[in-house]
Design a protein around this ligand. Structure first.
Ligand SMILES: [Zn+2]
Length: 316
């Protein structure tokens, strides 16, 4: 039985698994700038010690899964910052930093490394999202590099369009590693749709999101992630209606209204409004109540939040 198999058995038995929090937003919080074109992607090259340290802090905080800092490092994503000629180097390096963090901390738990791949939704401008074949080619390349570099499985993150989700799932599925897929949701005041704080992205719903990929090879968990803490519980309850697979949540902890005038959410670390660890834990308890068994955090969620989840949620 692999480590992931044993984790999945624990999830099926009702145990809550704690995963890491935000990586990109830890960069400005720790005094280094994010890249306006590639978000956290460039930091792997420029601040590798910082990225490794962030992973280490999450492992020390009790996370059993850390996601590589590869949210924005597909060739398509890196091209925005003229870094596409370093696609292989940056993705290999990102996995190496996560593996080094796992080796350095020597946790008494088995730490799994998730290879993060995300939708192409840079700076909230949906027009740059490529079409299916282009997205598939970019995901295929990144999935191959991440797998060869040693990730344990894939975490597909922040999807707001089923077309991109299907491309990423196809690419990851061809590798043969398990796949966790996370969708971002946005409320229009009444109903929830796929989307981010930049707004609803079309009319696709959580039901559409599940149906688009549920039968694909390798899908082993669905997530509501990078979504407002206030929408996440409702999103999970809807998700639970449409899938019998494990579900999880990693919401963000940012005041999007305060960050919006800055033009690029989170680029100014001091404007990320922390929800207190207790407040975040309170929401997370509701997510567990809604059936979620894998819990962590996204933008603005720090190792302190993860430590609080680890102490407050873990049922063993
Ligand atoms: Zn996020």
């Amino acid at each position: 039985m692999t480590v992931l198999d044993s984790m999945e058995a624990r999830i099926r038995a009702g145990e809550v698994i704690i995963i890491d929090g935000g990586t990109g937003t830890e960069i400005p919080r720790r005094g280094k700038p994010l890249c306006p074109q590639t978000w956290s992607g460039r930091a792997n090259l420029e601040y590798p010690d910082l990225i490794r340290e962030i992973h280490e802090d999450y492992i020390r905080s009790g996370a059993e899964v850390i996601a590589t800092n590869t949210f924005w490092t597909s060739r398509t994503g890196l091209k925005m910052g003229d870094l596409d000629d370093k696609t292989i180097e940056i993705n290999q390096l990102s996995v190496r930093l996560a593996i080094e963090a796992r080796n350095n901390v020597k946790s008494d738990k088995d730490i799994l490394i998730a290879g993060s791949m995300s939708t192409f939704f840079p700076m909230g401008k949906p027009k740059v999202i490529p079409e299916y074949e282009d997205a598939l080619a970019s995901y295929r390349e990144q999935a191959q590099i991440l797998a060869e570099s040693g990730v344990d499985f894939f975490a597909l993150e922040m999807f707001v369009r089923t077309l991109d989700a299907r491309a990423a799932v196809q690419a990851a599925g061809e590798i043969g590693l398990p796949i966790w897929i996370g969708y971002s949701i946005q409320s229009d005041g009444e109903d929830l749709y796929l989307g981010t704080d930049e707004g609803r992205h079309g009319n696709e719903t959580i039901k559409d999101a599940v149906e688009a990929v549920e039968s694909a090879h390798g899908i082993s968990a669905f997530f509501i992630m990078h979504s407002d803490v206030k929408d996440t519980e409702t999103g999970l309850r809807i998700l639970r209606e449409y899938t019998s697979l494990p579900i999880g949540a990693y919401a963000h902890s940012i005041d999007t209204e305060a960050a919006r005038p800055l033009g690029f959410l989170g680029n100014q670390g001091e404007r990320i409004i922390d929800r207190s660890v207790d407040e975040y834990l309170g929401y997370a308890k509701d997510w567990v109540g809604a059936g979620a068994t894998i819990i962590g955090g996204c933008c603005g969620v720090t190792p302190a939040h993860i430590e609080s989840l680890n102490n407050g949620l873990r049922i063993s």
